[in-house]
Design a protein around this ligand. Structure first.
Ligand SMILES: [Zn+2]
Length: 316
């Protein structure tokens, strides 16, 4: 009698266990199938990868889809960077442990903004360090070996020569200097420059600043420039009076402006051509029925990457 009861109980436990495992398996399969077949997800992924490949052409050599539908961008060194870890992360986890999707997710607004953005909107604040290290230098001495001098009119500053960053800053300055001579507000916003290369961490974090890679410049600072120093109201006032000619000159050559971050940093400009490219061509969500690369059909250079991505990521 007792044995029958124990056996019965064991049978029930085994059945429940099996149902649980099977359910979990079906759920997982469905979830995966959903991801593969979701055309919008695929379109955004391809746009992100195109924006990255076209912005770091000498450093990213390929893209691949591997087991479990994992997509990687392959750097010249052979190092692979995962597109999407499929983890649910809050904004701090995204900044601390980002994948490419996290870095590209928030679209940088190329249009003018009149209000400080919400404090969780910080396009450009998520950075993939393995990529930065491969492109600009893996440590302090490697970064320093890549620094060159760029004229900002009254003096020279150091900037990273890799990936055209220093050339881009020089182009910005070429445009900005004549404007600064004509317009006092532009002059006052730009000069004196508050620094470029500085091998340091981001305040309050253990992550390297973009200044540590020599790809960021702080223009003339104001005590209301930085979200840690000023209230949002003070930041808003500074934003209102900031000359937009300066912003446009930087954006034109691939820089994002810290004034367009919820955690504002108004003196700060950072060379992030991948975000500017995405903002230029893919600021709207993909439209079903149109190719994901719609708008780039006449851009020969971009279309080379489009075909590569289509070939490498073809599913099934
Ligand atoms: Zn800065």
């Amino acid at each position: 009698m007792r044995l029958r009861k124990v056996l019965g109980l064991m049978a029930i436990i085994i059945i429940i266990g099996c149902v649980f495992v099977i359910n979990k398996y079906i759920y997982k399969k469905n979830q995966l199938a959903f991801k593969i077949e979701d055309p919008l997800y695929e379109a955004v992924m391809k746009r992100d990868i195109l924006s990255l490949m076209i912005s770091y052409p000498e450093y990213i050599k390929d893209v691949t889809r591997e087991e479990n539908n994992k997509v990687y961008v392959i750097l010249n060194s052979g190092k692979k960077i995962l597109y999407d870890d499929k983890k649910i992360k809050n904004r701090w986890q995204k900044a601390g442990n980002p994948d490419i999707q996290d870095m590209m997710e928030q679209i940088y607004p190329l249009n003018d903004i009149t209000e400080i953005l919400p404090d969780n909107y910080n396009p450009g604040c998520v950075r993939i360090y393995p990529l930065l290290k491969e492109v600009y230098g893996a440590n302090k001495s490697q970064v320093q070996a890549n620094l060159v001098k760029v004229s900002i009119g009254y003096r020279f500053v150091e900037f990273n020569k890799q990936n055209n960053a220093a050339v881009a800053l020089q182009s910005v300055m070429k445009e900005l200097l004549p404007l600064a001579r004509q317009n006092h507000k532009v002059y006052a916003a730009a000069f004196p420059c508050n620094g470029t290369y500085n091998y340091r961490l981001i305040g309050g974090t253990n992550r390297l600043s973009s200044h540590a890679f020599g790809i960021a410049i702080d223009l003339n600072s104001n005590k209301y420039d930085y979200w840690r120093w000023a209230t949002r109201e003070e930041g808003q006032k500074r934003l209102n009076s900031y000359p937009r000619e300066v912003v446009r000159a930087f954006e034109k050559f691939g820089f994002v402006w810290g004034g367009k971050w919820g955690n504002f940093d108004i003196m700060h400009y950072e060379y992030r051509p991948e975000l500017i490219f995405k903002a230029r061509y893919f600021s709207e969500k993909p439209t079903l029925g149109l190719p994901w690369y719609d708008g780039l059909q006449n851009n020969e250079k971009a279309m080379k990457y489009v075909w590569l991505i289509e070939e490498r990521l073809a599913s099934g």
